[in-house]
Design a protein around this ligand. Sequence first.
Ligand SMILES: [Cu+2]
Length: 193
Amino acid sequence: MHGKQQESEKARYHLCSFATQYRVDLLITKLFILYRVLVVLITLGSSMFKNVMAVSLLVFSYNLYAACSVQMLSGDLLKFNKRTLTIDSTCSKFTIYFKHEGEMAVKTFGHNVVIVETKNFDKVKSKIDMKLGEESGYLAFMSEIIAKTAIIGGGADTSVTIDATNLSKDSEYMFFCSFPGHYGAMQGPVEVI
Ligand SMILES: [Cu+2]
């Protein structure tokens, strides 16, 4: 009787310990599931956050790009695609992207974009000299030149970046091409906003 009682005690103990173990296992499983769910939620959240950030950054940079740069085009004719060049004077970095969409060689019909104060145009254009070569834009260095892209031929592109905050809304500026003989037709006012 005594022995039987002991065995039944043992069995109850085993049963009890099994039940406890089972509850602990269940708890661990539940915690593990909760952990996995949290990880998935955080990953999902963070990837969504990343996506939202990436899109915002893209929109922001696009606006920045749109506002602080301009695309100028030219070709095998004596003209630019723009009559007026608008520069936002709040841009510490304003970039003029310039492309020659024609086929003519740089030496025979190259173009560039030069910006000066209108009052200095006569002085600067008088210094244009074929002998200076295309590398200099046929213009020696002058403090009056605010911006000057490289002279490029058909199919090429270039750019120049200036600090537009140095431009004054009270001054008058203009752009032109310094390839000898081009400035008469290839020029226009710069509007500073
Ligand atoms: Cu030109």
